[in-house]
Design a protein around this ligand. Structure first.
Ligand code: ADP
Ligand code: MG
Length: 361
């Protein structure tokens, strides 16, 4: 038995009052949305980037709507600049035009393109040719990328011809230009570009006065400063199986890049053998050792990314030896014959991430 409900049509006066109330309330809500500060201290931005997703977590006491929108636009613009330079999927990108240009004459090149080519060259040399951005013809011949696979893979004759076009020294980087050593060389920076993109976004945030952040593009990341509660960022090394996204190990890290390369995302099986999308440029063959994944920590995500790929070519033994001798922080997950996993890591990894983490499985 509540208050009696008025029956019949509302009076004109009531209708007008209701309309006015609705407009006032609506305007007030809109005002709150547009002008109120966003609740900190951690802000998140995410979207599509470089054929995958990006996530940025940013620690700031507060941001206004305007500042938030401005930062989001700056992040997207940085990612687009990297894409315009390095995307092999975009036929108009700088790298695609360079690949299509079948001559050995020097062409003007952006800072982004030259930076990535120089870093790729350095890791190529230091890894004895295990990292090689000219490997694409071989990757395609084995049926990865956009290549169609002949059953059994390329013949030895085809391989020999393709390998003429492959080598980490096949591209020269000048002060403002780049040049191929053979007109038919093509470059594919997908094993290093995401790391570079992460560093670019991170630099953008620092330059805008936001040094505490986590930037991630498709699993490669940069953790700068500390979280809102003044503890290091917590990131996961995934369990290397194709199904789930289970956590293998949690790391506490600050001021470092991190990248993982693994055979568990892109591979196919032939005659019971896993054919991995990582090709050993030295032999022209897909890698076949039992390395399931390798995670590298490096101040620059670009180098973490390239080294993760290089070490995944070299494998658990050779890779571990080289990483240890170069003082690289690397963590290996190795697939045993019986399907179980064993792990190993370098001394530099232990000093960077080991202290805060229980390394026992
Ligand atoms: P993901 O792209 O899965 O993060 P990587 O960073 O290891 O993994 O990059 C793999 C890609 O790198 C391959 O799809 C291929 O285009 C390219 N690639 C394959 N082998 C090599 C190599 N030896 N050196 C450099 N790039 C390679
Ligand atoms: Mg890589």
């Amino acid at each position: 038995m509540g208050a009696p409900i008025a029956k019949g049509p509302l009076t004109r006066r009531a209708v007008v009052l209701l309309l006015v109330a609705a407009v006032v309330l609506g305007a007030a809500t809109l005002h709150r949305l547009v002008f109120a500060d966003l609740q900190g201290p951690t802000f998140e931005f995410s979207g599509d980037a470089m054929g995958t997703r990006f996530v940025v977590k940013l620690v700031a006491p507060s941001l206004t709507r305007g500042e938030y929108a401005e930062l989001a636009a700056a992040i997207v613009e940085r990612i687009e600049t990297v894409n315009d330079a390095l995307s092999t999927w975009d036929p108009d990108s700088e790298i695609s035009r360079f690949n299509a240009h079948e001559s050995t004459s020097a062409v003007p090149a952006s800072g982004a393109f030259r930076t990535v080519l120089k870093a790729a060259r350095a890791v190529g040399e230091e890894s004895g040719g295990a990292f090689d951005i000219t490997v694409r013809p071989l990757v395609q011949a084995w049926g990865f990328g956009d290549g169609a696979r002949a059953p059994g893979g390329p013949t030895p004759e085809e391989l020999a011809a393709l390998r003429e076009r492959v080598g980490h020294d096949r591209v020269r980087v000048g002060i403002n230009s780049v040049a191929k050593r053979r007109g038919d060389v093509v470059v594919d920076v997908s094993a290093i570009a995401k790391g570079f993109g992460v560093d670019e976004v991170s630099r953008e945030l620092v330059s805008r006065g936001h040094p505490r952040h986590l930037v991630e593009i498709g699993g490669e990341l940069q953790a700068r400063g500390q979280r809102a509660d003044d503890t290091p960022w917590r990131v996961a090394i995934e369990e290397p199986d194709s199904e789930g996204r289970a956590v293998h190990r949690l790391l506490s890290i600050s001021d470092t890049g991190m990248a993982t390369s693994g055979d568990y995302r892109a591979w196919y099986e032939e005659d019971g053998v896993r054919i991995s999308h990582t090709i050993d440029p030295r032999s022209g063959l897909p890698v076949r050792h039992g390395l399931a994944s390798v995670t590298v920590l490096h101040p620059e995500t670009m180098y973490a990314d390239a080294w993760a790929t290089a070490l995944s070519v070299l494998g658990p033994e050779e890779g571990h030896r080289l990483a240890s001798s170069r003082g690289l922080a690397a963590y290996f997950i190795i697939r045993a014959e019986d399907g179980t996993f064993r792990t190993s890591w370098t001394p530099a990894f232990e000093s960077l991430a080991g202290a805060a983490v229980d390394l026992e499985p």
